[in-house]
Every structure is written in structure tokens, then in C-alpha cells.
Write a protein that binds this ligand. Structure first.
Ligand SMILES: *[C@@H]1O[C@H](CO)[C@@H](O)[C@H](O)[C@H]1NC(C)=O
Ligand SMILES: *[C@@H]1O[C@H](CO)[C@@H](O)[C@H](O)[C@H]1NC(C)=O
Ligand SMILES: *[C@@H]1O[C@H](CO)[C@@H](O)[C@H](O)[C@H]1NC(C)=O
Length: 975
């Protein structure tokens, strides 16, 4: 095709359009007009699929080309059929060369532009089919000027607008006109109504208006007329009765009015009459029974009234009868029992009353809609076995909003083709028949708003095609059967306002198509299965007003579940009900920002781990022990406090810890000697005990206990953590072994452990003191924190990552990574504290881990909630990921808004998906950050917070990635 854009087509065009008219074709005998015309046509359009590949300008004749048909003798092109060739573009003037063309068919392409007389020589054409393209604009008024031969024309399914050209009415040979699915407007040219050869006229789906003229009676060849979905008005003229060959009449969706002309009774060949959605009025005439060929009679959505004529019973070919949404009264005529071909019957939305006639459920019928009538009787009759011949073709039954009473027939299972069953809004009683499970084709069941009792049958699992099950507002009892898990197509399950008991079955988590679930206002109990979070398509899940208990599943849909969907369950906990769960969120420790130790040892990181036993002086011990024995109460503490305070004031030396002395009895403890151990040797607390009692010296509190600042005799500050989990701590040997192991961990980004003190009732850990406060304070504590630049933040993230990588390398899991455990050193470097303390606990089980240690909301990896997943160092990676997002966004991992809970990871993940992740970056940076660093860092944070532990990277990988992310230029600036 490209080749044609070179010299040759230009030459061809030049020859055809410039030379030929001037010089006459005889001067150019070697050039075949048809070849030229088609080549020019091809050059004008696009042929992306190469469907015209056989068309070559080197050929002498086009007769073997695809889509081309020649006259056997003259060898001139008489047919061009390029349907569905994927051609696009404008049709040029090439086809004008085809002097003998009889049939032009270009349907189902993507041709564009407006129709002009230059498309082809209309005067020879018998058939023109341009349907299903993208032609647009109006058709020129004289387009059909010389169309004497034209028999069929289709312009269907384009975007043509404007009036139907009047010249179309002059095409005297026309037998078929299809202008449907365009935007033709205005009235239909009068000439068209007089084309008495016309057999089929389809003007449907346009914007045409006006009335059908009386002259229509002349169309005595007319077999099918479709004026549907336009703006036609007026009455159907009497003349229609003269179109005796009419088989199909579709006037639906217009504004026709009046009654049906009596002449229509002569249309005995008519099999399809659709008057749906007009303003026809009056009674349906008795003569309707004369239209013996009728197969479809749709009068729905009009203003017909009165009784349904009993002559309907004469329509024995009738398959579809739709009288819905009119004003019919009375009952269904008994004669309808003779309509033995009926497949679908719709009398819904009328004002009819009376009993449901037995004939309605004969074999053959596929669809029955009698809703919103005042029918009464027993729904039993439909399917009772008393009917010898069960209606096995019945697919749709809609008897909703009537007054049926009695039980649903127990043998409903015989309706093996049933797809949709709507019995809602009646007064049905008794159980849901177990045979419902035999309905393998059933996809939609609505039994709501009846008085059904008993339980949801186990057999429901057999109806595995079910998509919608509505049982609300009945008196159903018992459990939701676990077999519901077999209905794998289920999208909607509504069973609210019943008396269901027992748990929400875990099997529901298998129904991955579930979108809407409403089990509200029942008596369901037990916990919600965690697996429900795996339902990917949930849109609503209403379990309000039951007796459910325990924790709401966390994650996916359940993170954003609306509080009203879970309210009214007093024992349910989780953020959506604004009630913390005891197993996950322990007491007040929870969100304390300063739970960690602090310390700075600017000087020696002594590699000398020389062991020295150090004994506390009496008064120091009294003070420390007093602090430990909280139960003594206020008075005792006050007394001791006074004592200690006086001793510190008067003789600081008395409180000094002296090395080497044995201390044999303690006033408040069991007499075991306390043991102080400093890894560096040289321990000297000058005011240690004082620190432990003085609130002013308290640095913070965490899951493991309070931390106090105190000063060694040499003036060096240290942080002392008093473990409050004493009862959980292991034996002395184990405790010492573990602390010593932690004491050996040295890293620039880890808070160093300098020593410990042990008695059976009191354990202290002595840490390096870090002056700069916690990262939490810097990020969230307006007053106490300093502004962190992007560079500071990056360094904190990187340093934290390095420290965790180091811990993991030593097989130590931190278990408690959070911003309040990351301290900021004097030169802005992060120092991670509180690591590995979980090892001091005698039992490292999930409960202890999640309640005592991973107490901070938002940092806890999901596997803590999942008993089957092993907890590994990947839980630190998760916490680190949350921390990264926290540092970059400046937001807490979980923020409680007025009536909303925002989970940071989800928020950032959502923003990333919507492509506006940059908006999440801490506004305080005021755009002063390199996006090429910040965005990858956020993505890394999100990867670290993957739900599945194995999807999270190792900390060592994280460090590598971060170093790669850091922009080279930035790095150099730092150097
Ligand atoms: C028409 O073009 C559209 C896009 O321009 C394409 O999606 C469609 O498949 C085309 N249709 C045919 C019939 O080639
Ligand atoms: C009857 O017509 C209404 C529209 O007026 C339609 O919604 C309904 O599906 C039709 N009923 C049947 C059985 O075709
Ligand atoms: C729910 O169960 C409780 C006791 O189990 C009962 O008192 C209450 O009436 C039940 N509610 C309903 C709506 O059945």
C-alpha cells in the first residue's frame, strides 16, 4: 500500500483525472478503466490488514482480485463486495471509473466522511450497502437523483444526520430501505410512502418525526416495517390494513396514540406486532384474535385498559405475550389455556386480580411475569405434581408482589430449566423446598418479603449457578449452611431480617464473585472468618445488628467497611467499630511515642567486654526496689521518695554503685543479691536510684517498661530501662545470656546496650543515652520536634535500614520497629533502640508478640494475625515499610479522623494507583525534595508492606536499593 504513495499513484491519478477527460479514453487503450478506478480507490483508503493485497496496478484485469466480480463476457467489474475488510478512511473518486458496477457493498468497515455523489455511479447500481461504517454528515438532497435501478439500499449503523434526501423517493425500483441506527431527523419524504415495490422499510433508531400518511395503503408489497425508537406521532392510518402481506410491524418507542384501526384485522399474515412504549389507548379490540399468525404481541407500556379480550385464546401461534405496564383490569381469560405455544407471558404492572389460572404453568411456557397484580391463590399450583406434565421449559417465573399464600411446592425441582424465580412480596409460608438444589440452571432467586420459615436448606449448594439469592424479611431460622460455598457464581446474598443463628460460615470466603452481602438483623454469633478479606469483589458486607464477636477481619475491603455495616454487634472489635481488640491492642501502652531508651556514649565503644560484678548500695537498692513494687501504693512511694531525695541531696556518694562489694540482703525483695553488669567495666551511677523514682527523669514508656535518664559518676548520661514484664522474664542465666548477646551488637545506627542489673523481681537494662529524642517526636510532635529536611529523612531511612540489616545478619529480630523506637543522634543519624527484647520473654508466642511488643498500631505485620504463617524477620521489613511511608508523608501509620480511619499504606497505595502519589509527600517539605528519590522510596515502602511476607525484600536488599535510589548528584554534594 505504501508503494502507491510514490510516483505511480500520482501518475495514475494524473492519467485518470487530468488526461482522460481531455484526451479521451481511446488515446489510452492499454489502461483498463476498472484497474485504474480500483487502484485509485485503494490509494485513497487505509487497509491495515492488507485485505486488498491482491490488487496490483500491474495487472491487466481486476477480475481475480479479492472482493471483485466481473461480468463473464464484458469482463467489466459488476460487483465490489468488501464487507468486513477493516478498511478505513475516505472513499475518493476512484469508483466513478467503474461504469458497469451493479452492486457496491462496503459494510462493516471503518470508512468515514460524508456521502457524496462522487462515491460511485448510482445510476447503474442495483444494490448499495454502506452499513456499519462511520459515515457522517447529511446525505446530499440529490444523492439518489438517478437511481432508477436501485433495489436495495442500506446506510444502517452509521452516524449520518440531517434529513432523508427527498430523491430517495424517486428510486422507483426500491424493494428494501434500511436507514436504521443513524441520526436522521425531520419527517420522512412523502415519496417513500408511495414506493409501491417496497417490501421492507427500516427507519428505526433515528430522530424522525411526523405522522404515517394515509397513502401507506399503496404499499401492497410491504412485508416488514420498523419505525421503532423515533419521534413519530399521530394515529396508525386505516390504510395499514391494505398492506396485506405485512408480517412484521414494529412501531415501538414512539408517541403514537389512539386505538388500533379495525382494518388491521385483515393482516392475517402478521406474526410480529410490537407497539411497546407508545401512547395507544382504549381497549384491546376483540378482533385481535383474527391475527392468527401472531407469534409476538407486545402492547407493553401503553394506556390500554379494560379486560384482556378472550379472543386472545385464538392466537395459537402466540409465543410472547407482553401486556405489562398498562391499565388492564379483570382476570386472565380462561381461553388463554388454548395459547399452547406460549413461551413468555407478562401481565405485570396492571390492575388485574383473581386467581392464578392453572393453565399458566403448562409445558412450553418459559417466562411468566405476573408481578404487581392482585393475584391470589397458592403458589403451590405452579409446580405441584398434580400437573401431569411438568413445565420443563419454564425459565423465568415472576409472581412478585401478589397475594399468593400457602407453601412453595416441594417439587419445584422439576422445573429443570428455571433460571429466574421471583416470588417476593407475597404471603408464602413454610420452608424453602430442598429440591431447589436440583435447579442447576437457576441463577436468580428472590423469595424475600414472605413468611417463609425453617432453615436455608443445605441442598442450596446444589444450585451452583446461583448468582443472586434474596431471602430477606422472612422468618428463616437455623444456620447459614456451609454448602453455600458451592454456589461459586454467587454475587449477591441477601438474608437480612430473619432469625438466622450460628456463625458466618468460613466457606463464604470461597465465593470470590461475591459483591453484595447483607446478613443484618439476624442472630448470628461467633467470630467473622478472617479469610473473608480474600473476597476481591466485595462492594458491601452488612452484618449489622447480630451478635457477632471478636475481631473484624483486617485488610482489603474490610479496612474501609462502613461503621453502619458492622454496628449493633456489641462484642465486635476493630477499627471500624471504633473499639480496640484486646488481643491486638493492649492497655494504655499502645501509642506512647517515647517508649524507648535513649543514650549517647560519645566516647569509647569499648571492645573490652570485661565482666565485673557490681553491687548496688543499700539506699540505691531500696529506691530501685521501691520503684519496682508498684503495689505498695502512694504513701510508701512518697515516703521512700522523700528518703531517697534527702539522701541524694545530702550524700550522693551513698548512692554510688560500688564495684566489687557483695550485697547480701535487700529490704524489700527475697534476699537474692542483685547483680549489676557493665560491658565496659567502670560503672558508676551517681544518681541512678534517684532517676528511677523521679518523674522528671523519665524519658518514656514502652511495651517493656519505663526508661529513665541518669548520669554515671563520670558525668556521662545513660538511659535505664526498667522492665515491667518481670513475671515474664526468664531465669537469671537465660536473661543474662540473652542480654549479653544483645550487648555484643554494635552498629552506628543501633542504640548500644551498656549493661544490665538483675534480681528476681527487678531487671534493668542500661543503654547508651541518645540526646536528640525520637523520630516520632520529630515527625508528629509539633513542639518537641525539629523540621527534618529531605536529606535528613533519607539518611534516617537508610540508617534504619542498615541497622535492621545488621540485626538480621546476627539472627536477631527487632519485633518492635516504629518511629518512637528510632532515636536521633547528635549529628542527625538514626539510632534504633529496643531491639530484640522479645528474646527475654520465656515464651515467644504470637499472643505475647502481638500484645506486648508489636503494640503500636499500624506497624504490625499481617502475619501476627494469622496463626498459620510463621513470624520471621520479615515482620521487621513490614514495620520498616510503614516507617518509610511515615517518614516520607509525615503522617502516622493510622490516623483517626472524625468518623474515618486512614491506614497509611492503603492511602499511599491508592494514591500511587491513581497516579497522584506525589501529593502524599509531607507538605512541610514544600516541594523541596527530588521526586526521583521520593517516589521510588515510597514504592519501596509499599513493597516492604506487602501482605505476604515472602514478597517483602530482605533488609540487605533494601539497603542496596536505597543506595541505588540516592541520586548521584545528591551523594556528591554530601561528600
Ligand atoms: C474501527 O476502528 C476502531 C478504532 O479506530 C477499531 O477499534 C475497530 O476495530 C475498527 N473496526 C473495524 C470493523 O475495523
Ligand atoms: C415486557 O415488556 C417490558 C417492557 O415494557 C419488559 O421489561 C419485559 O421484560 C417484557 N416481558 C417479557 C416477558 O418479555
Ligand atoms: C436472638 O437470640 C436471643 C437469645 O439467644 C433472643 O433473646 C432473641 O429474641 C433473638 N432475636 C431474634 C430476633 O430472634
Amino acid at each position: 500500500m505504501r508503494a502507491f504513495l510514490g510516483m505511480k499513484p500520482l501518475l495514475v491519478l494524473f492519467t485518470v483525472f487530468v488526461l482522460a477527460p481531455v484526451l479521451g479514453r481511446s488515446l489510452n487503450p492499454s489502461l483498463n478503466d476498472d484497474v485504474l478506478g480500483l487502484i485509485v480507490f485503494k490509494a485513497d483508503i487505509q487497509d491495515p490488514k492488507g485485505k486488498l493485497a491482491t490488487w496490483s496496478e500491474d495487472d491487466d484485469s481486476p477480475c481475480k482480485w479479492d472482493g471483485v466480480k466481473c461480468h463473464p463476457r464484458s469482463n467489466r467489474v459488476i460487483e465490489l463486495s468488501l464487507d468486513d475488510f477493516s478498511l478505513s478512511g475516505h472513499i475518493g473518486r476512484g469508483l466513478l471509473q467503474l461504469q458497469s458496477l451493479r452492486k457496491l457493498s462496503l459494510s462493516k468497515n471503518n470508512l468515514t466522511g460524508s456521502l457524496t455523489p462522487n462515491i460511485a455511479h448510482i445510476d447503474n447500481l442495483r444494490a448499495l450497502d454502506l452499513s456499519e461504517n462511520s459515515f457522517s454528515g447529511p446525505v446530499p438532497e440529490d444523492f439518489f437523483r438517478q437511481c432508477g435501478s436501485l433495489r436495495t439500499i442500506s446506510l444502517a449503523k452509521n452516524k449520518i444526520s440531517g434529513k432523508i434526501p427527498g430523491s430517495l423517493g424517486s428510486c422507483a425500483s426500491l424493494a428494501a430501505i434500511d436507514l436504521s441506527l443513524n441520526q436522521f431527523s425531520g419527517s420522512v419524504p412523502a415519496g417513500i410512502w408511495s414506493l409501491n415495490g417496497i417490501r421492507s422499510l427500516d427507519l428505526s433508531n433515528n430522530l424522525l418525526e411526523g405522522e404515517i400518511p394515509k397513502v401507506i395503503g399503496g404499499l401492497n408489497n410491504l412485508r416488514a416495517v420498523n419505525l421503532g425508537n423515533n419521534r413519530f406521532t399521530g394515529q396508525v392510518p386505516d390504510g395499514i390494513g391494505s398492506c396485506l402481506l405485512l408480517r412484521s410491524i414494529d412501531l415501538s418507542e414512539n408517541s403514537f396514540s389512539g386505538n388500533l384501526p379495525q382494518t388491521m384485522q385483515k393482516l392475517s399474515l402478521c406474526s410480529y406486532l410490537n407497539l411497546h412504549q407508545n401512547s395507544f389507548a382504549g381497549e384491546v379490540p376483540e378482533w385481535i384474535g383474527e391475527l392468527k399468525s401472531l407469534e409476538t404481541l407486545d402492547l407493553s407500556g401503553n394506556r390500554f385498559l379494560g379486560e384482556v379480550p378472550s379472543s386472545i385464546g385464538n392466537l395459537q401461534a402466540l409465543k410472547v405475550l407482553n401486556f405489562s405496564a398498562n391499565g388492564f383490569t379483570g382476570s386472565l381469560p380462561k381461553s388463554m389455556a388454548y395459547c399452547t405455544s406460549l413461551v413468555a407471558l407478562d401481565f405485570s404492572k396492571n390492575s388485574m386480580a383473581g386467581e392464578l389460572p392453572a393453565w399458566i404453568f403448562k409445558a412450553g411456557l418459559e417466562e411468566v411475569s405476573l408481578s404487581e397484580k392482585k393475584l391470589s391463590g397458592s403458589a403451590n399450583s405452579p409446580v405441584s405434581s398434580s400437573i401431569g406434565n411438568p413445565p420443563q421449559n419454564l425459565q423465568v417465573v415472576d409472581l412478585s408482589l401478589n397475594q399468593f399464600s400457602g407453601e412453595i411446592a416441594s417439587d419445584i425441582g422439576v422445573l429443570s430449566s428455571l433460571r429466574s424465580l421471583n416470588l417476593s412480596g407475597n404471603s408464602l409460608i413454610g420452608p424453602i423446598p430442598v429440591t431447589i438444589g436440583e435447579l442447576k440452571a437457576l441463577d436468580n432467586v428472590d423469595l424475600s418479603e414472605n413468611r417463609l420459615s425453617g432453615s436455608i436448606p443445605l441442598e442450596i449448594g446444589g444450585a451452583f449457578s446461583l448468582k443472586e439469592l434474596r431471602l430477606e424479611t422472612n422468618f428463616l431460622t437455623g444456620k447459614i449452611p456451609t454448602s453455600i460455598g458451592n454456589c461459586s457464581s454467587l454475587t449477591t446474598l441477601i438474608a437480612s431480617q430473619n432469625r438466622l443463628t450460628g456463625p458466618v460460615p468460613a466457606a463464604m470466603a470461597k465465593l470470590t464473585n461475591l459483591q453484595n452481602v447483607d446478613l443484618s438483623f439476624n442472630n448470628l454469633t461467633g467470630g467473622l472468618p478472617k479469610q473473608l478479606v480474600n473476597l476481591p469483589n466485595l462492594l458491601s458486607f452488612n452484618i449489622s445488628h447480630n451478635n457477632l464477636q471478636g475481631e473484624l477481619p483486617a485488610g482489603a475491603f474490610f479496612n474501609t467497611i462502613s461503621p453502619s455495616s458492622v454496628s449493633g454487634n456489641p462484642s465486635l472489635c476493630g477499627s471500624a467499630v471504633n473499639k480496640s481488640c484486646p488481643t491486638v491492642l493492649p492497655k494504655p501502652i499502645v501509642l506512647n511515642p517515647n517508649s524507648s531508651s535513649d543514650s549517647t556514649t560519645p566516647g569509647t565503644l569499648s571492645s573490652n567486654l570485661g565482666h565485673r560484678r557490681i553491687i548496688l548500695s543499700i539506699s540505691a537498692l531500696i529506691a530501685i526496689a521501691a520503684a519496682a513494687v508498684i503495689v505498695i501504693g502512694v504513701i510508701a512511694i512518697t515516703v521512700l521518695n522523700l528518703r531517697v531525695r534527702s539522701s541524694t541531696t545530702h550524700s550522693p556518694a551513698a548512692l554510688a554503685l560500688s564495684a566489687g562489694d557483695d550485697f547480701s540482703h535487700s529490704p524489700t525483695t527475697d534476699g537474692n543479691s542483685g547483680k549489676l553488669f557493665m560491658f565496659s567495666g567502670e560503672p558508676d551511677f551517681s544518681t541512678g536510684a534517684h532517676a528511677l523514682l523521679n518523674k522528671d527523669c523519665e524519658l518514656g514508656r514502652g511495651g517493656f517498661g519505663a526508661v529513665y535518664r541518669t548520669v554515671l559518676r563520670d558525668g556521662r548520661p545513660v538511659a535505664i530501662k526498667k522492665l515491667t514484664v518481670s513475671s515474664l522474664v526468664k531465669s537469671q542465666e537465660e536473661f543474662e545470656r540473652e542480654v549479653k548477646k544483645l550487648g555484643k551488637v554494635r552498629h552506628d545506627n543501633l542504640v548500644e546496650i551498656e549493661g544490665y542489673y538483675w534480681t528476681p523481681s527487678l531487671q534493668l537494662i542500661i543503654y547508651e543515652y541518645v540526646s536528640g529524642g525520637s523520630l516520632y517526636k520529630h515527625l508528629h510532635d509539633g513542639a518537641g520536634g525539629n523540621f527534618l529536611s529531605w536529606n535528613d529523612r533519607f539518611n534516617i531511612i537508610l540508617g534504619t535500614a542498615k541497622s535492621l540489616a545488621h540485626l538480621h545478619q546476627m539472627n536477631i529480630i527487632h519485633y518492635n520497629i516504629k518511629s518512637s523506637n528510632v532515636l536521633i543522634g547528635s549529628s542527625g543519624e538514626p539510632k534504633v533502640g529496643d531491639f530484640g527484647l522479645a528474646r527475654l520473654l520465656p515464651m515467644l508466642d504470637r499472643y505475647v508478640l502481638s500484645s506486648k511488643i508489636q503494640s503500636a498500631l499500624g506497624y504490625m505485620a499481617p502475619e501476627f494475625a494469622c496463626k498459620t504463617v510463621k513470624i520471621t524477620e520479615k515482620c521487621d521489613v513490614y514495620g520498616f515499610g510503614v516507617l518509610v511511608l511515615e517518614v516520607v508523608t509525615g503522617k502516622r501509620p493510622v490516623e483517626y479522623m472524625e468518623d474515618d480511619v486512614v491506614v497509611l499504606c492503603d492511602m499511599v497505595r491508592g494514591a500511587l494507583e491513581e497516579g497522584r502519589v506525589e501529593e502524599c509527600i509531607d507538605g512541610r517539605l514544600q516541594g523541596n525534595f527530588p521526586a526521583e528519590e521520593a517516589i521510588p522510596v515510597m514504592k519501596l515502602g509499599l513493597i516492604c508492606t506487602s501482605q505476604v511476607p515472602s514478597n517483602r525484600p530482605d533488609m540487605a536488599e533494601v539497603v542496596n536499593i536505597l543506595e541505588l535510589i540516592r541520586c548521584p548528584s545528591e551523594g556528591q554534594e554530601e561528600l
